[in-house]
Design a protein around this ligand. Structure first.
Ligand SMILES: Nc1nc2c(ncn2[C@@H]2O[C@H](COP(=O)(O)OP(=O)(O)OP(=O)(O)O)[C@@H](O)[C@H]2O)c(=O)[nH]1
Ligand SMILES: [Mg+2]
Length: 525
């Protein structure tokens, strides 16, 4: 996963805008009160870390399962246990380690459970627990910090504020290998909540999206970020696609995946403008295939099942009950295990695959299952957010925090200094991507209607970190790209002036300038 074009010369910062915001913080630090300065230090630490992605959704929608699939390791407890009621932050570390962070700030290292997971029961008074920090060596976490959250279904005012508190209290982002006492900050609550919050959100919905899902998502957004989550930094998945009854979805022709895609499209219009679209996924299969949960013993058992009489197997696969209780050669306990890892749809997909290719290896079967889970599309979408937008998203979050900190200081002089510095920053060329993200939000959410080809072009320019990809000519030479960028800049300028509605025109001006800046950049070098 890349993290911006110039990540290497900017250390771990996501890109040039994050660099400018970091410089701003460093420059202002000596000029503000110690409290604000401590807040800036926290902002700097966040800017230097990977994008913070919260996985949010209703109770039992499969959030933790998806977290495991994304990390590639079964580490978050699913189903039961008190951990499902806590916020858990999964971040990169050089050694695997889990800590319980208490409300008063002290921490306690937790041993992993025998199966390598975070223990479902913590053995401490959960009322006193702020959240859990898990440091893992998994490479995916170098590109993003994943935050597993408690289900939203029960979100009343009290638990909203608890969620806020939990995420806000996530101040202990200290490098696990550093003994630097300076990184133990002493932020007060105001500062802490100003700098807390997810920078991107992965919404998990299931077939039964209810009217209050929208509300729940809004509550989550309010609780976790001072900014609205929009199609630029929010991704939605329709999870448990395998449990959809295709006959309940007109036009699906009895095909589960087609039904899921149709349903996901419908949900996208319900969830607009918060998300651009909804991707169907089968988190359970993704988790089993991606985390080593699916073993060669499982493949063997499936092979045995696939030799059974078709009509009997078909009947067994009608329900979990019949599947586990029917008399057959494969022990009932093994079947139970298969159910837990793949559920009925996954089992029937595996059997189909084996029947078509009886000699298939466990490894290949695992890959077929992974393909069937839809996880690759989710990863691809996350990559777009991270590679192309992390700089803008992180910088916007940091600027919002800096502004909030200055406001909270109560010192008008300080507020003015910060305000002026931000004004200067916003006039710089690298700040244009904030406007581009806004334009992208308007177009992707449907708030500004554009002809389809232009919509695609806006998305392309705003969703790629690489200039060739932005211009739709990946790998193109500068000699080829520069005149093209200039030509498109000119086209969008005339579109802005002639033939566009006022709303389109505002977007067009932003796109024009984006092309112009691209042209300047490749012309200069
Ligand atoms: N069939 C099927 N079951 C799934 C899928 N994803 C998750 N599950 C099951 O749904 C149940 C709940 O999954 P979790 O991952 O614990 O859900 P959660 O949203 O984290 O739950 P809470 O944290 O308690 O809100 C588990 O039994 C999972 O195995 C899926 O794609 N298909
Ligand atoms: Mg959970």
């Amino acid at each position: 996963m890349t993290s911006g074009t110039s990540a290497t010369d900017q250390g771990r910062l996501a890109g040039p805008l994050s660099q400018s915001v970091a410089n701003l913080c460093l420059r202002l630090q000596p000029q503000v009160s110690p409290r604000t300065a401590a807040g800036f230090a926290e902002v700097l630490r966040r800017l230097g870390g990977p994008l913070q992605v919260a996985v949010a959704g209703r109770i039992k929608s499969g959030k933790s399962t998806l977290v495991n699939a994304l990390i590639g390791r079964r580490v978050a407890p699913t189903d039961v246990g008190e951990c499902t009621r806590l916020v858990t932050r999964f971040q990169y570390g050089t050694v695997d380690r889990v800590e319980v962070v208490f409300n008063d700030g002290h921490k306690q290292v937790l041993p992993f459970a025998a199966d390598g997971m975070i223990p479902a029961e913590l053995g401490v008074n959960i009322e006193e627990v702020s959240h859990i920090e898990a440091y893992l060596t998994n490479a995916v976490l170098q590109g993003m910090t994943v935050i597993d959250t408690p289900g939203l279904g029960s979100l009343d005012a009290a638990s909203v504020s608890r969620t806020e508190e939990l995420l806000g209290a996530a101040k202990h982002r200290k490098d696990p290998d550093s003994d630097d006492p300076e990184s133990e900050d002493d932020l007060d609550d105001t500062s802490r909540s100003a700098v807390a919050g997810a920078e991107a959100v992965l919404y998990v919905v299931t077939q039964g999206v209810r009217a209050d899902d929208q509300q729940a998502l809004a509550a989550f957004t309010a609780a976790t970020a001072s900014r609205e989550a929009g199609p630029v930094n929010a991704i939605a998945v329709l999870n448990k696609a395998d449990t959809i009854a295709p006959e309940s979805v007109p036009g699906s022709d009895g095909d589960i995946w087609k039904a899921a895609t149709l349903l996901a499209g419908k949900q996208a219009s319900t969830l607009k403008p918060r998300v651009a679209d909804v991707l169907p996924v089968i988190g359970l299969i993704a988790e089993s295939a991606e985390s080593g949960g699916f073993t060669s013993a499982d493949a063997e058992a499936l092979k045995k099942l696939s030799t059974m009489d078709d009509s009997i197997l078909e009947m067994m696969l009608i329900s979990a009950d019949i599947f586990t209780t029917w008399e057959c050669e494969v022990p009932s306990g093994t079947r139970q295990r298969l159910l837990e890892k793949l559920d009925l749809f996954g089992i029937s997909q595996a059997v189909k695959t084996i029947r078509a290719e009886p000699e298939i290896t466990a490894g290949s079967l695992r890959r077929v299952l992974l393909d069937a889970s839809g996880l690759a599309a989710v990863r691809a979408r996350l990559d777009i957010v991270f590679a192309a937008r992390a700089d803008g998203i992180k910088a916007a979050a940091a600027l919002a925090s800096v502004t909030a900190l200055a406001h909270a200081s109560g010192d008008p002089g300080e507020r003015q200094r910060v305000h002026d510095a931000i004004e200067v920053l916003l006039a710089k060329p690298e700040a244009h991507q904030l406007r581009l993200l806004e334009a992208l939000t308007l177009v992707a959410s449907g708030a500004v209607d554009m002809p389809e080809d232009l919509t695609e072009e806006v998305l392309r320019v705003g969703s790629n970190a690489d200039i060739g990809a932005q211009l739709g000519k990946p790998g193109g030479s500068r000699a080829e790209l520069a005149p093209f960028a200039l030509e498109r800049a000119g086209w969008w300028r005339s579109f802005a002036s002639f033939g566009a509605t006022p709303a389109q025109s505002r977007v067009a001006h932003v796109v024009h300038r984006a092309y112009f800046l691209i042209w300047q950049q490749i012309r200069e070098v």
